[in-house]
Structures are given as structure tokens and as C-alpha cells.
Design a protein around this ligand. Structure first.
Ligand SMILES: *Cc1c(COP(=O)(O)O)cnc(C)c1O
Length: 399
């Protein structure tokens, strides 16, 4: 067995690195989840998550992975036969679509090449052609974690308003929330879906839905079958700071601490930090001569970068070399980009020197794996990090 010293570098775009403060906050004995002591933490995380989503409307917290929160969004608002518009931005869009198929929704899947955000022209064309308003929901992935391409939810909302389409707008921001600007209310989102193990810096195990009044009204009238995911039941208990079933108590302690950390840094600073690390990563890739998976100007993800391998080189072999030599995990290429790209996570609990170490490991790995490249990517990234205009000094944390 290889012995490693120091910390493992977990540079996949989720699960992400967990801050020691969050680990310590979760290191708690059991607690009566029906008692008043629990209600205090219940209220704290429910209001904290409203601030994360930027909403005054209800947030539902499930003991689940993000996939559960995807399913919850579907089963509360839709029933078999309902038409939904989804967009093939990458593997996570494909997986969400798979759930819709299992619930026998009638999915209109806008094709994509996995190198761009959602096809806004196609969304507009299909919504305007739908004069009878058969489409009940438009579902988009905010930050497509399999490619590193962003779709701006507000762009989709503006299209829906322009063509006056009454469908619900559902957004998967599982890998965006807590790292990228997100405004559930101001952007007119009906259901936002998130998870704990990406920008929120927690272990996996919490799923979230932020829900608009319109989505709630649709859910109330929806006779479709559901039990565990029923929003109304959870919301009724949440009034008292509790949950209808045993919540993931220790994760909620971690969540309260993670929200504190993000707010101490200030959300604007958190967002700027991610953009800056993404910019530095792309500067390194440019020197290496590696293409970004995302080919849309202005759509590069702040939280991860998909790096294409040169023809004839396998990204999983490269990842193995990096893992064996430097104890660093990079994200694999998923589904149809398997072997073709690796993903660099620069998300969550992360700083300049962690990025420099990550990029150094990649540059050394490219050498060891004999992947053609130019050296000096790390230096280019340092130049970006040294630029003060690219490095806003932290403002006072917002209360
Ligand atoms: C991670 C992720 C998911 C899946 O979440 P799980 O917790 O693995 O179920 C879905 N969508 C996006 C965009 C993700 O990044």
C-alpha cells in the first residue's frame, strides 16, 4: 500500500473539501429531533437556506442526495403524461431527464453538444410554438458539472416571459448554489434544486428544493402519487422548526456552520473568488494547449473546468497517474465524454495556494503521462492570482 503524507487533494467538482469548522460542528452526540433544542437548529438552517437561495418563499430540506431533490421537484408538480421541456447540456441533464422518463412525463429534450449552455433559441422556438400550453415545466441545469458550462436561469425566465408561457421554471443549481450568483425570487424560478456536497462544503446527504408560491399552488392541485417527497407535509412540520421524519441532524449542524462561514466571507467575495480561480485555471490551460470542454464565451463555469485531452490520450489514464504520484483526485469524464476530458474542481473550501498545488499536480502529471503540452501553465495562473484587480480584497462580511 502506498503511504501518503499530508492531505489528499480532492479536486473533483463534488463531493468537495469539507472545512474543519464544518467537521467539528457535525461532531455532536445524538439529539431529540422533536425537542426545542432541535427547533433552534431547524429554524436556523431553514432561514439560512432562504438566504442562500435568495428567497422569501419556502425551502424544503431532505435527507437525500441531489437526485432525491430532482425527483421531489418532479413528483410534487407533475404527473404522468405532462409535457416538459429539458435541455441536453451534459450528463446531469441526461440523468434528470431519466427521472422524468421513469415518471412517464412526455419529455421534449432539446439536443446539445455538451460544449454549450442550454440552447436558448430552441427553448424560445418550442415555447412559442406551444400555443396550447401543453408544456408544464421547463427544466434547466444552471451549472452543468459534467462539462463546466453555465446556463443563466434568468435568460430562460426572460424568454418565458417574452412568449408569455405559463410553464413552471425548474433549475438544478446543485453545483452552483453557494458558489455562483443565484436569485430564486428575482429570477422568477419556481423550483430550485440543490445538494449539500458541492458549494455548500458539506458531506453528501442533504437535498434542497426552493419553491415558489406558484409551484406550491400547482403542487396542491397535483393528484400525482408521492409520500416521502411531499412538500406540504414537510412545510407543516417546518412551522415548528421540525421535520416529519428524522432529519439528518448532524448534517444540519454542519450546514449551519457552512452558512456562517460563507456569510462571514461575504457572498459577493465567495462568488468573486470562484470566478478568479476559474480564470487562473483557464490561463494555465491556454499555456498547456488544452482545450476547455466549454466552448461558449461567457459560459465558463466558475466552479469547475473541463479539460479536453489531446487526440489519442486517455483522460482516465492521466487521472490515474496524477492520483498515484501526487495523491490528487481529478474528476472523470462522464458518459459520452468518458476518457476524453478530466474535470478540475475549484469549488467550495478552496484558496489560491490550493489552486496552485492543483495546477502543479496537473502540469507534472501531463509530463509523467507523456501528454503533449507546453510547460508554464502554472506560471500563467500565478500571474492571474497576483493581479490585484483580479483579486478583490474581502469586503466587510454581510450580516
Ligand atoms: C452532483 C450533481 C447532481 C447529482 O447529485 P447527487 O447528490 O449525486 O444525487 C445533479 N446535478 C448536478 C448539476 C450535480 O452537480
Amino acid at each position: 500500500m502506498t503511504v501518503h503524507t499530508g492531505r489528499h487533494f480532492l479536486q473533483i467538482p463534488g463531493p468537495t473539501n469539507i472545512p474543519d469548522r464544518v467537521l467539528r460542528a457535525m461532531d455532536m452526540p445524538g439529539l431529540d429531533h422533536r425537542g426545542s433544542e432541535f427547533a433552534e437548529i431547524g429554524f436556523a438552517v431553514l432561514s439560512g437556506m432562504q438566504r442562500m437561495f435568495k428567497t422569501r418563499q419556502p425551502v424544503i430540506i431532505y435527507p437525500s442526495s441531489g437526485t432525491g431533490a430532482w425527483e421531489a421537484a418532479i413528483v410534487n408538480t407533475l404527473q404522468p403524461g405532462d409535457r416538459v421541456l429539458m435541455c441536453e447540456t451534459g450528463q446531469f441533464a441526461v440523468l434528470w431527464r431519466g427521472i422524468a422518463d421513469k415518471f412517464k412525463l412526455d419529455v421534449d429534450f432539446v439536443p446539445g453538444d455538451w460544449r454549450h449552455g442550454a440552447d436558448l433559441e430552441q427553448i424560445e422556438a418550442r415555447l412559442s410554438a406551444d400555443k396550447a400550453h401543453k408544456i408544464k415545466a421547463v427544466c434547466v441545469v444552471h451549472n452543468e458539472t459534467s462539462t463546466g458550462c453555465v446556463t443563466r436561469p434568468l435568460d430562460v425566465r426572460q424568454i418565458m416571459d417574452r412568449v408569455r408561457h405559463p410553464a413552471l421554471l425548474m433549475v438544478d443549481t446543485i453545483s452552483g448554489l453557494g458558489s455562483m450568483e443565484y436569485e430564486h425570487d428575482a429570477w422568477g424560478i419556481d423550483v430550485s434544486v440543490a445538494g449539500s456536497q458541492k458549494g455548500l462544503m458539506l458531506p453528501p446527504g442533504l437535498g434542497f428544493n426552493a419553491v415558489s408560491d406558484k409551484a406550491l399552488a400547482v403542487a396542491k392541485a397535483n393528484p400525482g402519487l408521492r409520500s416521502y417527497w411531499e412538500w406540504q407535509d414537510v412545510m407543516a412540520f417546518n412551522k415548528a422548526g421540525t421535520f416529519p421524519y428524522t432529519p439528518a441532524i448532524n448534517l444540519l449542524f454542519g450546514l449551519r456552520e457552512a452558512i456562517r462561514m460563507l456569510e462571514e466571507e461575504g457572498m459577493e467575495n465567495v462568488f468573486a473568488r470562484h470566478k478568479r480561480h476559474s480564470e487562473a485555471t483557464r490561463a494555465a490551460m491556454k499555456v498547456w494547449g488544452l482545450e476547455t470542454q466549454c466552448q461558449e464565451q461567457g459560459a465558463h463555469s466558475p466552479v469547475l473546468t473541463g479539460a479536453r485531452m489531446p487526440e489519442g490520450h486517455d483522460s482516465d489514464h492521466f487521472r490515474k497517474v496524477v492520483l498515484e504520484n501526487f495523491d490528487m483526485s481529478l474528476g472523470t469524464g462522464l458518459n459520452k465524454v468518458k476518457g476524453k476530458l478530466f474535470r478540475i474542481g475549484h469549488i467550495g473550501h478552496f484558496n489560491d495556494l490550493m489552486l496552485m498545488a492543483t495546477l502543479s499536480g496537473i502540469e507534472m502529471g501531463l509530463d509523467l503521462a507523456k501528454v503533449p503540452h507546453r510547460t508554464g501553465g502554472v506560471v500563467a495562473a500565478m500571474d492571474v492570482l497576483k493581479r490585484r484587480d483580479a483579486a478583490p480584497m474581502p469586503k466587510a462580511a454581510v450580516a
